[in-house]
Design a protein around this ligand. Structure first.
Ligand SMILES: Cc1cc2nc3c(=O)[nH]c(=O)nc-3n(C[C@H](O)[C@H](O)[C@H](O)COP(=O)(O)O)c2cc1C
Length: 209
């Protein structure tokens, strides 16, 4: 099945980056939810995130982008070509330039290291560069940090990024929906991200529904 990027079939691609904070399941579930919502998904996974995935889930994922795309396609039940993956220094990837077609970027989970690099515009790897591009192009950038407690450095970076127009959504699930499983807690955060992206979902009802 052919996939045209930004086609009516899949809409504009959403970029998802997993970095080395705890909570890899949030990012993996987000990819699944975007696939289910028939969005094209562009994925980057940092070296530390691979380590976290191996630690926190039942299986590790291949590092090479082509093999990673195959593995994620199978895992998320995506159509061929619906998920594309890019490597750490793939500077020719569409996310590396403002002319690339990604509509929004989510860093989930976001390590404090990547939070800091994005706040400073470091652009030392493709994840950091893609976030820098999202900021300069005034595109939607969502960061989902997970750390506790937070230092003044972390808080200052979050404040600066929020002032720049990014949305900082700490991975802090609520309990008012009476979660019965870890999956419920994961879906709480993923549902909030999808709400921010304006993507319909059935992961959990909105407040008041
Ligand atoms: C199992 C594991 C759990 C970690 N948990 C966190 C965390 O919750 N938050 C965080 O900011 N860093 C955490 N780290 C540390 C980051 O992975 C580390 O700072 C790394 O350099 C981040 O690199 P990246 O931003 O390129 O992914 C963890 C590391 C490992 C191996």
């Amino acid at each position: 099945m052919a996939v045209e990027h930004g086609s009516e079939r899949f809409g504009a691609p959403v970029t998802v980056a997993l970095t080395g904070a705890s909570g890899a399941q949030y990012g993996l579930r987000l990819i699944e939810a975007l696939v289910a919502a028939e969005r094209e998904v562009w994925v980057m996974i940092s070296k530390a995130a691979h380590l976290v995935i191996a630690t926190e889930t039942d299986g590790d994922l291949p590092a090479r982008p082509e093999r990673l795309a195959e593995a994620l396609t199978e895992r998320a039940g995506a159509a061929p070509g619906q998920i594309r993956c890019f490597g750490r220094e793939d500077w020719m990837a569409p996310v590396a330039s403002g002319s690339g077609a990604s509509s929004a970027m989510v860093i989930c989970p976001c390590s404090t290291g990547t939070l800091s690099a994005v706040a400073c515009g470091a652009s030392n790897n493709l994840i950091e560069r893609a976030a820098d591009v999202a900021l300069k192009e005034r595109r939607q950038l969502i960061l989902v940090p997970r750390e506790t407690p937070l230092s003044a450095i972390h808080l200052e970076h979050m404040l600066n990024l929020t002032r720049l127009g990014a949305v900082v959504m700490p991975a802090a699930p609520g309990f008012y929906h009476r979660p019965a499983s870890v999956e419920d807690l994961i879906d709480f955060i993923v549902a909030r991200i999808l709400n921010q992206l304006g993507i319909e979902h059935r992961l959990m009802p909105r407040w008041g529904e």
